[in-house]
Design a protein around this ligand. Structure first.
Ligand code: ADP
Ligand code: F6P
Length: 324
């Protein structure tokens, strides 16, 4: 059992995601409700090493639940990947009286959290990423907002694509994971969805689907392409050359990381933030909060990092049937 935690630090790290502010708010308010002090660490591990540390009270987090981004800013930090950087970070936590830490980020940030836990700072990590690519959890903070943003963009694209009777390739984020592509592809009724986990790089198949749809009377064609596959401009060019159908590529990009979080993201982010603080107050450390089978739960960080997950095959098969 770890020592009693008196002051809880919170930081956001890696790519931002909508709902991070709701998480920060929940961390602050739950810590105060539990009789703890709270400090915000700016700019992730980089701000920790630069001692960019501020006091947070209940009012500091007023009016942020509906805002995208992170009021604590976020960053990537090469120095923190080194043992010297991690030791310095742990010392700075001790110097500022931070004996419990909540890290909100992706699995890179979890690695840093694990190192700090190993150096005696009680640490709990929360899955903050639009990519849904964290194996221990079925939910990550920001995914729901990102897929809704992408879906709305694709709906708009369909209007112009239909008017011009074009083929449109729309590239969505997700790093190497295809969750965003699969969800917004199904939701927008895309004619084809390409995800890294299942793509065989056979462009003949893509062309055959386009031709088959045209012969059935479909006048336009949307292909959702996952970022991990990329090359959307090249694919558009090759489709146009092979079929004679005017084809355009659109990369939605960082717009998917912004915007006011959906209700689901606000609520789940809030519960996860509260749970992180409750775990710290129970004396737990080196944990990551996840959502599985309808329950908020927690795992050892090392165990969480060693887990793997894959796209649901039934969902993928359905997406193929629904788009045919
Ligand atoms: P994400 O958290 O979104 O996966 P990154 O992979 O960029 O984003 O990681 C965010 C930060 O976490 C890095 O800039 C670095 O400071 C820290 N980090 C990543 N990997 C490690 C590691 N192996 N050891 C310590 N810190 C790490
Ligand atoms: O992890 C979130 C994410 O938006 C990925 O989908 C994308 O590959 C990456 O971050 C982009 O990172 P950056 O903001 O550094 O361009």
């Amino acid at each position: 059992m770890a020592n009693k935690v008196n002051t809880i630090g919170v930081l956001t790290s890696g790519g931002d995601s909508p709902g991070m502010n709701a998480t920060i708010r929940a961390v602050v308010r739950t810590a105060i409700a539990n009789g703890r002090k709270v400090k915000g660490i700016l700019r992730g591990y980089s701000g920790l090493l630069a001692e960019e540390i501020i006091d947070l009270d209940s009012m500091s987090v007023s009016d942020i639940i509906s805002r995208g981004g992170t009021i604590l800013y976020t960053a990537r930090c090469a120095e923190f990947r080194t043992v010297a950087g991690q030791k310095k970070g742990a010392e700075i936590c001790r110097k500022h009286g931070i004996d419990g830490l909540v890290v909100i980020g992706g699995d890179g940030s979890f690695q840093g959290a694990r190192k700090l836990a190993g150096l005696g700072i009680n640490t709990v990590a929360l899955p903050g990423t639009i990519d849904l690519d964290i194996a221990c959890t079925e939910y990550t903070i920001g995914f729901d907002t990102a897929i809704n943003t992408a879906m709305e963009a694709i709906d708009k694209l369909r209007d112009t694509s239909a008017s011009h009777e074009r083929c449109s390739i729309v590239e969505v984020m997700g790093r190497n994971a295809g969750y965003i592509a699969l969800y917004c592809g199904i939701a927008s009724g895309a004619e084809d969805i390409l995800i890294t986990e299942r793509y065989d790089h056979n462009e003949e198949t893509i062309l055959n689907i386009i031709k088959a749809k045209r012969s059935l009377g479909k006048t336009h064609h949307i292909i959702v392409n996952a970022e991990g596959i990329g090359d959307s401009q090249g694919l558009a060019k090759r489709i146009e050359e092979a079929t004679g159908i005017e084809t355009r590529a659109t990369i939605i990009g960082h717009i998917q990381r912004g915007g006011s979080p959906t209700c689901k993201d606000r609520v789940y982010a809030s519960i996860m933030g509260a749970k992180a603080v409750d775990l710290l107050c129970e004396g737990k450390s080196n944990r990551v909060v996840g959502y599985r089978n309808g329950q908020f739960t927690d795992f050892d960080i090392q165990e969480a990092l060693s887990m793997t997950k894959d796209i649901d095959q039934y969902m993928y098969d359905c997406s193929k049937k629904l788009s045919r």
